[in-house]
Design a protein around this ligand. Structure first.
Ligand code: ADP
Ligand code: MG
Length: 261
């Protein structure tokens, strides 16, 4: 049984078929890239899996549960993590405090960062920061972090919930090419080590082809192709969809060219 099994998933917004009868599977430890031009329905698909949007029809099975239409918090509790869940208080706390907060939230505790409480879960939080290469920044305020470092802290926060599935919608947006590659190799390593399934979107074809185990391609709400990097690179339908967008399908070519899509 797959970790995530999406079947005949659809969503329409008054007449616009944003996601149209999409089906795919994701296995534990696998990095699955969802690519496609702007407006293809990628974010809508993500938001139906994380509970932000209720599907018009179709099924989302995660780890033995039907989660389509469930509330985001209940889906998160089952082990679906996502990045970009930065709390409003993020910038007012240190790196370490943010990760401690996420660990405590995982245990559903209500707490305040005063007195003895401040040392709770410190070792575990430090271990997570170590994992993402941010332990040296633990005591710094998140407000002063470089952009790429915020992304690493986000990843540590997502991992604090011990997710089985991680959803990353454009995790590298606004990053330089080298930072993109670093964040995605870190994600790939963690996914393998912890057997986490990862579904992500990414504009740079170079990053996608270097790090994804498998790709699915959306165009106008429909899934038009799936396979490994070689299969997708050579797929005529995919090439047609990307024709004229400036995306490069040559391996590594996008590295120095910046954002390829
Ligand atoms: P992508 O993430 O691939 O760029 P989206 O899922 O954001 O694509 O959008 C897919 C289509 O659905 C687009 O035509 C978009 O305008 C439309 N859409 C997305 N969200 C909404 C919404 N909340 N209300 C109306 N239309 C929407
Ligand atoms: Mg999007």
């Amino acid at each position: 049984m797959s970790l995530l099994s999406v079947a005949h998933l659809s969503k329409s917004f008054d007449g616009v078929q944003a996601v149209d009868d999409v089906s795919f599977e994701l296995e534990p430890g696998q990095l699955l890239a969802l690519i496609g031009p702007n407006g293809a329905g990628k974010s809508t698909c993500f938001n139906m899996i994380n509970g932000q949007l209720a599907p018009s029809s179709g099924s989302v099975r995660f780890d033995g549960h039907e989660i389509a239409g469930m509330r985001p918090r209940d889906i998160w509790r089952l082990g679906v993590g996502r990045t970009f869940q930065i709390a409003a208080t993020f910038n007012s706390m240190t790196v370490l405090e943010n990760v401690q907060m996420a660990l405590l939230s995982h245990e559903r505790r209500v707490f305040s960062l005063f007195g003895r409480v401040a040392s709770w879960k410190e070792d575990e939080a430090m271990a997570l920061l170590d994992l993402v290469g941010m332990s040296a920044h633990a005591r710094r305020s998140c407000a002063v972090l470089a952009y790429g470092d915020v992304k690493r802290v986000e990843l540590a926060i997502a991992l604090a919930n011990h997710p089985k599935l991680l959803l990353m919608d454009e995790p590298t947006a606004g990053m330089a090419p080298q930072e993109r590659n670093e964040l995605m190799s870190l994600t790939a390593r963690l996914a393998k080590e912890r057997n986490i399934g990862v579904l992500f979107t990414e504009h740079s074809m170079d990053v996608v082809f270097s790090h994804a185990d498998r790709l699915i391609v959306f165009a106008r709400g429909r899934l038009i192709a799936q396979g490994d990097a070689d299969a997708i690179r050579n797929d005529p339908r995919v090439r047609e969809v990307y024709l004229g967008t400036g995306a490069s399908f040559a391996p590594r070519a996008a590295l120095n060219a910046g954002d390829a899509a």
